[in-house]
Design a protein around this ligand. Sequence first.
Ligand code: HEC
Length: 105
Amino acid sequence: MVRGVAILFVIALCAPPLWAGSLSLSRQEQLAHLITQDCGSCHGLNLTGGLGRAITPEALKGRTVEGLQTIVLDGIPGTAMPSWRPLLSETEAKWIAAYLLEVNE
Ligand code: HEC
């Protein structure tokens, strides 16, 4: 389990787009659009914070793909951060988590 997380983390650091190979290119484009439009509506268009806090790579330093995937899928109860489970598969949430950790780098 811990090893799996570590491996995912290393892969995410090295090549986020590659390890989400099961997602089509057009779906990846849709997800990138969703991150800007939907996540951006709360976290700011540049993800530097708004209603929700900044989710730039700097702000998320030290976080794991798996940890962020869980936040995206389940939201943060008691806050405005919604659960995206109805809209996104686990693979898609993982892709978004990897995207967040890498974007702007
Ligand atoms: C309706 C507003 C809203 C939307 C839409 C939204 N978020 Fe959030 N998000 C929040 C808020 C508010 C928080 C901070 C909750 C808290 O205070 O802990 C948060 C927290 C987070 C965190 C945790 C940040 C940290 O430092 O722990 C991540 C990661 C995140 N959001 C990612 C996303 C992603 C990815 C999307 C789009 C799929 C998204 N959010 C869409 C409101 C939103």
